[in-house]
Write a protein that binds this ligand. Structure first.
Ligand code: NAD
Length: 331
């Protein structure tokens, strides 16, 4: 069957996801949840969406009675995810939630528990887990082709513009660059090394305290230690351009990717040569993959479920604690 998707929050990334879904074989946009009636008019016309599949933030619990929607994809500011996901779960629909899944591990745990209780699936929009060059590097790692892994470097950042946007509002964003873009280095370290970190250390730099207010991080360098002895060294920032790089080093080989998480094409090479897997729009692969996951239980090479989202949130909590205390934090 085709996965019938309603998108909640018709902003920038939702627009990209909807466009990518035009090329999906297994997923189709059939519903909208928005607080802006004029957007609903435009999107309905563009995607031929019936009025009965359109909701706003007050009435979307009624989606419970709509048999024509399978899943709600939550693409709103981070600080809203938890309550929205729990409401969708209570309405009996599967949920895909954008990253970061919530703004701390406590929220993430509540979301996982609510979806379990409601017997619906909770997936997180980790599009890189479906990206072909990334998948190839993970496959090589699983196959032992890099030998014993020693080191991962993740650099994730961009120069943020408009100071009034929600990404710079503590309440809506849950933090700063770490929540938004640093999470790619955290998640990347985990899937590139194939282990969960046991400690973190972190240091913050803030050059513009007017733009980056209390609780909104501009730049954080952080380090993670893994049970095998491998270490990761990462940078998360809202104050640098062209920062999108992964580097993995093992006793038998290496992988380097730059850009490593941008919308694409991803570029990279390993000790065996250039990565030549084709570029396919990430969100097209993601949504077809998630349809297969929801209907047939077909798992991607690394998980995209709520537990996966929660693991990243626990690490983010520990990084913020390490910044605050200046101490090594055990996980
Ligand atoms: P955006 O500002 O472009 O869109 C956010 C949408 O939420 C807007 O349509 C806005 O109207 C709506 N909204 C609802 N309630 C709101 C409120 N109280 N305040 C502000 N806006 C409200 O943001 P975006 O870039 O689309 O990001 C949305 C989510 O998607 C975030 O969680 C972000 O981290 C995630 N995202 C993921 C990727 C990815 O590659 N996976 C890329 C971009 C964004």
């Amino acid at each position: 069957p085709v996965l019938r998707v309603a998108i909640m929050g018709l902003g920038g990334y939702a627009t990209r996801v909807a466009k990518a879904m035009e090329s999906c074989k297994r997923a189709k946009l059939v519903g909208l949840i928005s607080g802006t009636p004029s957007k609903v008019v435009d999107w309905r016309a563009k995607y031929d969406i019936p009025e009965k599949n359109c909701y706003n933030y007050e009435n979307f619990d009624k989606i419970k009675n709509n048999p024509d929607i399978d899943v709600v994809y939550v693409i709103t500011p981070n600080g809203l995810h938890k309550d929205q996901v729990i409401r969708v779960a209570k309405a009996g629909k599967h949920v895909i939630c954008e990253k970061p899944m919530g703004i701390n591990a406590k929220e993430g745990q509540e979301m996982v528990d609510a979806c379990k209780k409601a017997n619906v699936k909770l997936l997180v929009g980790y599009r890189m887990h479906y990206e072909p060059k990334t998948v190839e590097v993970i496959r090589m790692r699983q196959n032992g082709e890099f030998g014993k892994l020693k080191f991962f470097q993740g650099l994730s950042g961009f120069a943020i513009g408009d100071p009034t946007q929600w990404r710079l509002n503590k309440e809506l964003a849950g933090g700063g660059a770490m929540m938004d873009i640093g999470i790619y280095s955290i998640n990347g370290a985990r899937f590139m090394l194939g282990e969960e970190p046991i400690w973190v250390t972190a240091q913050e730099t803030k050059t513009d305290p007017v733009k980056f207010k209390e609780g909104v991080d501009e730049t954080i360098q952080f380090q993670m230690g893994f049970p095998s002895g491998a270490v990761a060294s990462c940078l998360s920032t809202y104050a640098m351009r062209h920062l999108d790089r992964f580097f993995l080093n093992g006793e038998k080989g290496f992988a380097e990717m730059q850009p490593s998480t941008g919308y694409g094409p991803i570029e990279g090479r390993t000790h065996k040569g250039q990565l030549t897997q084709p570029h396919i729009t990430h969100q097209t692969l993601q949504m077809d993959g998630m349809a297969q996951l929801i209907f047939e239980g077909v798992q991607p090479i690394v998980p995209v479920d709520g537990e996966e989202g929660l693991k990243d949130l626990k690490i983010i909590d520990a990084i913020y604690e390490a910044v605050k205390t200046g101490k090594k934090v055990d996980l």
